[in-house]
Design a protein around this ligand. Structure first.
Ligand code: SIN
Length: 481
């Protein structure tokens, strides 16, 4: 493994080292995997200049020409899916089966957007006067920058870079300091696939995170900025982008997803869906069910079944067989989860499963089910980002919707019911950008991913995801006799 991955940043088609480096850790063992360049604002400016220089030639290519190069990048990712997955697990911690799923999921954005950009159609608009004709065309927005999170070290990069590159833009990426090595593997595969220099750049940093973020947001060369991360940081970066150069922004921010279980559901399906939704990546996804609302007349039965299923989840390093719950990303995450669970228990919640750190290692938390959770507890009001399922009782559809919507966040909402009319009603009433009915997993490359309220702006994936990297230009053609 030691020699099979890159550890330098990637700017203008060249591998850039630095005397100043930072360690990347394996969260399962705290072993140092590699030392990666700790770059600063001037390196980021170099990458932006490279992306700017590459833009005219890349954007002048036809969508079909760009798609051919992207196809090669996709195929390189698929051919190397096992190596990508091993790195996703090694630096990010998730179980290997999930990491393999992420490698395929991540590659799917490159395949899909390469194809979809061929259909970036404009419109002709019926005229309002005989002397004029109206039309629109789509054009790439220009140089883009993106800041991505550690919980999906590959897929959150390709979900931004693929539509940008397919649209004819060039991009500078800052991966998180926890998981830069997967990003550098993507750069290695981009180089192998023939993505021209300057089109895809990776600027690694830890100490320079703030200055690089600021450089990206304030640069007059950069026309679009995309961020996935916390709402607090997203607000600051969004304000910088708009306040400096009014650049376009996409923000994929925090969630506090509710999962509603109605008495008329298929209970086994609901338990299975709740496990998939809540415990994927040890609860470290923005779309994880943060709280599970259960109708009062099935509350005891559902709680019991969920707790049994949760106790069966095997905890351990993600590269070992049969592991369902890997480590949390760092000690800060552990302390937060531990504190939120302890506070809930002190305030009257009952642990039906787990409730404590796990002895398998420093950064493992035992998957937990908490009964008797109240609306005031932080496990209901704040994103937990850990393997903890708080259960809240409701006694009517109105009450369930009121609890579910009582949050500034609006990313994803889930519910389980067999009543078709209720399904329509609840889907319309939940104030979330994404709704999943009778299914705990909702993401893929063809659908629009994104939130309402303080969960963000814009969409990633689907035709909407491509639009984020295109400007619509209106053309008036006059002078007709
Ligand atoms: C996220 O946590 O933001 C991504 C989850 C997904 O793509 O399903």
């Amino acid at each position: 493994m030691a020699s099979s991955f890159r550890t330098d940043a990637y700017i203008n088609g060249e591998w850039r080292g630095s005397a100043k480096r930072f360690p990347v850790y394996n969260p399962a063992t705290q072993e140092v995997i590699a030392q990666v360049p700790d770059l600063g604002a001037s390196d980021c400016e170099d990458a932006i200049a490279a992306a700017d220089a590459a833009f005219p030639a890349w954007s002048a290519k036809t969508a079909k020409e760009r798609a051919a190069v992207m196809r090669a990048w996709y195929e390189a990712m698929m051919a190397d899916a096992d190596r990508l997955a091993a790195m996703i697990t090694r630096e990010g911690g998730k179980p290997l089966a999930e990491a393999k799923g992420e490698a395929v999921y991540g590659a799917s954005f490159v395949e899909w957007f390469g194809e979809e950009a061929k259909r970036a159609y404009g419109r002709t608009i019926p005229t309002t006067t005989p002397t004029r004709r109206y039309l629109t065309i789509k054009q790439p927005v220009g140089v883009c920058c993106a800041v991505t999170p550690w919980n999906f070290p590959m897929a959150m990069i390709t979900r931004k870079a693929a539509p940008a590159i397919a649209a004819g833009c060039t991009i500078v990426l800052k991966p998180p300091h926890q998981t830069p090595l997967t990003a550098l593997m993507l750069a290695e595969l981009a180089e192998k696939a023939g993505i021209p220099k300057g089109v895809f750049n990776v600027v690694t940093t830890h100490a320079g995170t703030e200055e690089i973020g600021r450089t990206m947001c304030e640069s007059p060369i950069v026309k679009k900025f995309s961020f996935t991360g916390s709402t607090a940081v997203g607000k600051k970066l969004g304000a910088l982008c708009v306040g400096s150069t009014v650049k376009r922004i996409s923000l994929e921010l925090g969630g506090n997803a509710p999962l509603l279980v109605f008495a008329d559901c298929d209970m086994d399906q609901a338990v299975k869906g709740a496990i998939a939704c809540k415990f994927r990546n040890a609860g470290q996804t923005c779309v994880c069910a943060n709280r599970i609302l259960v109708e009062d007349n099935i509350y005891d039965e559902f709680s019991k079944k969920l707790a049994e299923a949760v106790k069966a989840l095997k905890v351990g390093p993600g590269d070992q067989d049969g592991i369902a719950i890997g480590p949390l990303i760092d000690m800060k995450a552990m302390e937060k989860v531990e504190r939120m669970v302890a506070e809930a228990i002190d305030a009257g919640a009952t642990p039906l499963a787990g409730g404590k750190p796990n002895s398998v290692g420093k950064q493992f938390f035992t998957p937990t089910v908490l009964a008797n959770v109240t609306r005031a507890m932080r496990v209901n009001t704040e994103e937990i980002f850990g393997p903890v399922a708080p259960l809240i009782k409701f006694s009517s559809e109105d009450e369930a919707v009121a609890i579910a919507n009582d949050t500034p966040f609006g990313l994803a909402g889930y519910f389980f019911t067999k009543d078709v009319h209720r399904a329509w009603r609840i889907a319309e009433r939940l104030q979330y950008g994404m709704i999943s009915i009778n299914d705990g997993i909702l993401s893929n490359e063809v659908v629009p991913f994104g939130g309402v309220k303080e969960s963000g702006l814009g969409r990633e994936g689907g035709v909407e995801g491509l639009e984020e990297y295109l400007d619509t230009k209106y053309i008036n053609f006059g002078g007709f006799a």
